[in-house]
Design a protein around this ligand. Structure first.
Ligand code: UDP
Ligand code: MG
Length: 311
């Protein structure tokens, strides 16, 4: 039986990109001999012409499938949905904006045929991205790896080819707020990096403003680490030590009659504000975790599908 390669492509306001994206991906899929192919586009609540253009493509090519969300649920949810509908033996996840070149898919398939189960794209260089993006990305991977219990390869996004087995494993996990690149690393199997040069966006603007990046970073850190909770303990200990020192200072200055009213004032104020700070920080970190536990317990779906085409 012929093998099948599936490609998952999330789209959010990508009307300028859709046609070119389809063309380049398809071109490279048909190059792979003896393989059937399928492309699943996820319209993540775009209200521009993205869906319309996709529907036209799907009319002419029945191997193009569309999942359209009822609203914007985010990149990770879009990819998660795509993974639930793919039928291929090898599955490629790629961005719509052609920053990850589809020309690499045939080479990735070769690596997969050699028995590798996760072939993850590792950015050798990044073209056309702002210094701010590069800096925040670097800080993100540094913090994540310092805090996290699994090794998450740096300079790795969601561009990768994975085996059916791995997708089945990911699909069997019920967790919300999936941080896919972390989960793909966490599940194990035979993994290899695949170095490539990340290109400039084909058209349009980034769909990842700072707010979405921060949400992704928080999901990454919180779902892969409990260390922030332990840091609270350290912060508490530090606060206790500082307060003991303050106490000793207060007693000494009383005994040695150095005690001025103003000095007493200062130590009380320092102690109060310091503790308030430590407590508020602690509550904030704990509530980030509790908020996510709350999300999971509500058991709401991770996305709502409004429309399916060719599926
Ligand atoms: N995307 C999405 N939903 C969102 C934000 C982004 O499906 O809420 C898609 C977007 O269309 C693109 C991919 O996720 O295919 C990566 O987004 P983008 O290229 O804007 O991010 P960047 O490369 O700037 O990090
Ligand atoms: Mg991009």
């Amino acid at each position: 039986m012929e093998k099948k390669v599936s490609v998952v492509i999330p789209m959010y306001y990508e009307e300028k990109v859709v046609q070119e994206c389809y063309k380049r991906v398809k071109e490279n899929l048909v190059k792979i001999e003896n393989y059937e192919n399928e492309i699943i586009f996820i319209n993540d609540g775009s209200k521009d012409k993205t869906l319309e253009i996709l529907e036209n493509i799907a009319k002419q090519d029945s191997n193009v499938k569309i999942i359209s969300f009822s609203r914007n649920f985010g990149h990770q949810a879009a990819v998660t949905a795509g993974l639930q509908y793919v039928t291929g033996d090898a599955i490629v996840i790629i961005d719509a904006d052609l920053q990850d070149p589809p020309e690499l898919i045939p080479e990735m398939i070769k690596l997969w045929e050699d028995g590798n189960e996760v072939i993850y794209g590792k950015r050798k260089s990044r073209e056309g991205e702002s210094a701010f993006k590069l800096f925040t990305a670097k800080m993100f991977y540094k913090t994540l790896n310092a805090l996290s219990d699994v090794e998450i390869p740096k300079d790795t996004g969601d561009f990768r080819l994975v085996d059916r087995k791995v997708v089945d494993t990911i699909n069997s996990m019920p967790e919300h707020n999936k941080f896919l690149r972390g989960l793909f690393s966490w599940v194990g199997y035979k993994q290899i990096p695949f170095e490539y040069e990340r290109k400039e966006r084909f058209a349009g603007e980034t769909k990842y403003p700072l707010k979405k990046m921060l949400k992704l970073a928080a999901d990454g850190i919180i779902s892969f680490s409990t260390k922030p909770l332990k840091i609270l303990g350290l912060l508490g200990m530090f606060a206790i030590i500082v307060s003991v020192l303050l106490l000793i200072y207060a007693i000494l200055s009383y005994i040695l009659k150095l005690n001025h009213l103003s000095a007493g004032w200062t130590s009380i104020m320092v102690a109060i504000t310091f503790f308030a700070g430590v407590q508020l920080t602690s509550i904030w970190i704990i509530s980030e975790y509790i908020g996510r536990i709350y999300d999971e317990t509500k058991q709401r779906p991770q996305f709502i599908i409004d429309k399916k085409i060719n599926l």
